[in-house]
Design a protein around this ligand. Sequence first.
Ligand code: ZN
Ligand code: ZN
Length: 360
Amino acid sequence: MMMICPGCNKAAMKVHHFHGEEVDNCRSCGGMWFENGELNGALSRADNGDDKVRVEETLGQQLGASARQCVQCECIMRRHFLMPGYEIEVDVCHQCSGVFIDEHERAKVVHSPLVKKHLADLNAKISAKTWIFQFLSQMPVEFSLKPASRPIMTYLLLALNILIFIGYGFDLNTTDTVFDNFAMRSSDLLAGHHPWSLVSHMFLHGDLLHLAGNMYFLYVVGDNLEDALGRAKFLGLYLLCGFAAAAAQIIADPSSSIPMVGASGAIAGLFGMYLIWFRHASLTFMFVIYQKKLSPLAFFGIWLVFNIIGLLMAGEGVAYWAHIGGFVAGLAIGAALKSKVMQDNPLLAMMNAPEVKIAR
Ligand SMILES: [Zn+2]
Ligand SMILES: [Zn+2]
């Protein structure tokens, strides 16, 4: 029997081997017809981490009648999103469960079991545990992809910051001596003194809360960024953002003799990169007792507004310019490296695709 393509109605379909199934493929438009069960068989075998795919059981929203007819039943097919949260459009026959897939959707359909698996984590609902954690710690809970590699560099940075603090932070005299020599002062640095403070200030913290807050955020965004970039590049960009933060602070107030310490500027740079590459992640935000998952854009947008308000109110004790400078540097790096990072991380590219819808 010769089958005319339901997609373009132009050409006859030819048998094509696709992940272990013999399916019908149009040589004109590239569309593919899957008889009942064939799509499940192909996806189960496509090395996606799911060997029991049941597409018909997890179809997403129905979008109405398709312009196409089922090649077997000759009835009008229905347009569906492939699954909730993954808005790839496919044509499905409700009588025989046949599926027609356009050529440009094919690769995305093949990856769907993998997307589904990761969406389960990303779309997880806030639990009592996440609420209690944030209520007590005032720190956000992250919903993101699990890094494929162990974030060794992030651990090293955490250990270094914590060990250095333990070395001086519990004694006021030692703290004064350390800050005199290793904290950054704009006026001092511009006069050519303590040039190493450009680096050393990033590894010092004013008190335990300052350290804990910074280290928590470093851990939350650092593991994913290190996974995406690789260890050396991650460290390089971390330091670069720290320098950008210091530069912003020096330019904003070159005559200042107030010592600046902290990893906040470098970490603010990580926020910028995370915002651009991890669109699909969520961070919880808590307003008194109301907790909500926010996109990185919304979360760091609010963070930026707080910093700008702090700047305008001329608050003492926080280097707002450094935060903003580091963040802007991170955004610029994030934009510049986006296509390379997506190329190097197919999973990240997949989850960043506009078809992926995150439930917040
Ligand atoms: Zn066709
Ligand atoms: Zn049919």
